[in-house]
Design a protein around this ligand. Sequence first.
Ligand SMILES: *[C@@H]1O[C@H](CO)[C@@H](O)[C@H](O)[C@H]1NC(C)=O
Ligand SMILES: *[C@@H]1O[C@H](CO)[C@@H](O)[C@H](O)[C@H]1NC(C)=O
Ligand SMILES: *[C@@H]1O[C@H](CO)[C@@H](O)[C@H](O)[C@H]1NC(C)=O
Ligand SMILES: *[C@@H]1O[C@H](CO)[C@@H](O)[C@H](O)[C@H]1NC(C)=O
Length: 172
Amino acid sequence: MACILKLQSYLLAFLLATSITTALAEDAEEPIKVGAPVTAVQQGKDAEIKCSTTLAGNNKLSWYKGEGGQLVPENKSLSVSANYTTGLLTVQNAQLNDTGTYQCQTDGGVHNATAELHVYEMPSYFEEGMIIVGITTGLVLVFIICAVHSFIRNRKPKPPKPAPKKPINTVL
Ligand SMILES: *[C@@H]1O[C@H](CO)[C@@H](O)[C@H](O)[C@H]1NC(C)=O
Ligand SMILES: *[C@@H]1O[C@H](CO)[C@@H](O)[C@H](O)[C@H]1NC(C)=O
Ligand SMILES: *[C@@H]1O[C@H](CO)[C@@H](O)[C@H](O)[C@H]1NC(C)=O
Ligand SMILES: *[C@@H]1O[C@H](CO)[C@@H](O)[C@H](O)[C@H]1NC(C)=O
């Protein structure tokens, strides 16, 4: 239970940090930017990262992978490909070694923007965790229902007490 509470607070902190980062990222007016600075995808799934530019003219957007800056080909039949016209990087059937930094550049590499891709394996304890969360939620619901039920029952007006019988005074 304490573990779940801890997890919840981590999750809240993470969401808060993410929204702040997003807000900051939106503030900066970059000539070139990626749709998401960090993308996480489960192994075997597809991932897409968008790159866009505010530069006028017919600016092509190319993608490079890793420190070495390997050009991502514009070839849809490859698992990692890019569309230089739309700026969309596509990773099909993502593998663990697709994890890394990807850099989007305008034609001459004058402007660039980086995005990170994390490909992760679904840990088996994730499903166990979900089951525990499910059971906990169920128990909490039962507890709430019981509490509400007993609250309502206690609020019901009690049957009026019979009036105390006065001894009938027959003596006048
Ligand atoms: C695209 O990739 C496939 C698979 O590697 C290859 O056979 C094909 O020749 C490539 N096409 C182009 C236009 O590069
Ligand atoms: C890039 O995307 C555009 C619009 O979806 C499409 O018309 C074009 O064929 C794509 N180019 C490649 C090389 O896939
Ligand atoms: C990544 O790993 C897959 C198999 O898991 C392999 O087929 C592929 O060639 C590897 N790619 C690179 C760039 O190492
Ligand atoms: C990316 O752009 C920055 C300037 O915005 C530049 O300093 C850096 O060298 C560029 N990186 C690459 C790999 O082109």
